[in-house]
Ligand binder design. Sequence first.
Ligand SMILES: [Zn+2]
Ligand SMILES: [Zn+2]
Length: 400
Amino acid sequence: MELMEQICKLTDELEPHMLEIRHQIHERPELAFHEFETSALVKRELERMQVPYEESPCRPGIVAVVDSGKPGKLLMLRADMDALPVQEKTGLPYASKTPGVMHACGHDVHTSNLLTVAEILNRTKDQWSGKVKLVFQPAEEHGGGGREMIKAGLMEEVPDACFALHVETGKKGILAVSTGYLTAYSDGYTLTVHGKAAHSSTPEAGTDAIYIAASIVTALHGMMSRNLSPMEHSTLNIGLISGGSAANIIADEVEMSLMMRNLSKEARDVMCSRIEKLAQGIAEAMGGSCDCDFHPGYAAVYNDKEFSGFVADTFRKHEKLLYGNFSWEQPKEWLETGEAPLLGAEDFGFYSQKAPSCMIWVGVCEDASKHSPEFCVDESYMKLCTRAMAMVAAEYLSRG
Ligand SMILES: [Zn+2]
Ligand SMILES: [Zn+2]
């Protein structure tokens, strides 16, 4: 039997087990860096399949390897394991048993899907070459588990390509493969303005930190329209400001927190440099000073042109098998390639900084959005995730 047909048969065969595993993970959601039960389940499953794995020094991450034993490329496949601080309201029989914690972003689907892909690749490894690393990472939602695993050595052997998928609310059964920036750089600053306290009756004796802060706020919003190209997709939000102690006292300190999102590194660099120059320059000109603390957040996910093109071509080439024998009908416009980038953040961005990468969206529900208490994946679409990922891997590693 041809490899791709065999993969489809295996996805059919393994579907009931995959759903069972998904229900177990869904029932016991765990927050960022606390995914120990989930990680134990991943290890048990890998042992059952006899797929070797290592525990990452960034706990409780797991890296499994399926090696064909033949020379070839190294492909990395990634799933995230963490849940969110959300009280589930789906009413599902396998709804979360942990109050206030829920798999509201579908990472339970990603984990059970990657386990199934591991089993499929392990059973077919005589038919492709090279090897696959399967990454089960903690803390995508909060804390940058991907970045921490990379710091702990995940990419010491640099993969030829990295692939991941994310389940999405939208048209069910759609595969969205775009090229270029997919999500944004998300970074923050804390600006602390220092002035000098004085009584309000003698303003000449003090330096008003609130007045300085107000000038900085105005200047930063002006910067957005004057220093960035209108073609850039960037946002800046000063979402927190505090300072002062009483109406008749000139404030000596104000703290402001801001968040910025950028789709390109160039725009991000411009914003960082302008924010610091404006804040410090304005504060000094007005007799005070300003400390600028940069808080780097997630890197933008960048879908490599060539690899993403290959992913889309693989889907086109195997469309019939990909969408064969489902209980639902294949959508007419099943492959979307011109998706506009989102200004959200995803820590797969750290992978895409190290190796040519591609992250795709798979439509699995149509009503509630991700991160909401009603987010509910239509499980009859999970097999599409498995086929998509296993086919990309098999096609990539069969090319020699
Ligand atoms: Zn999320
Ligand atoms: Zn997510």
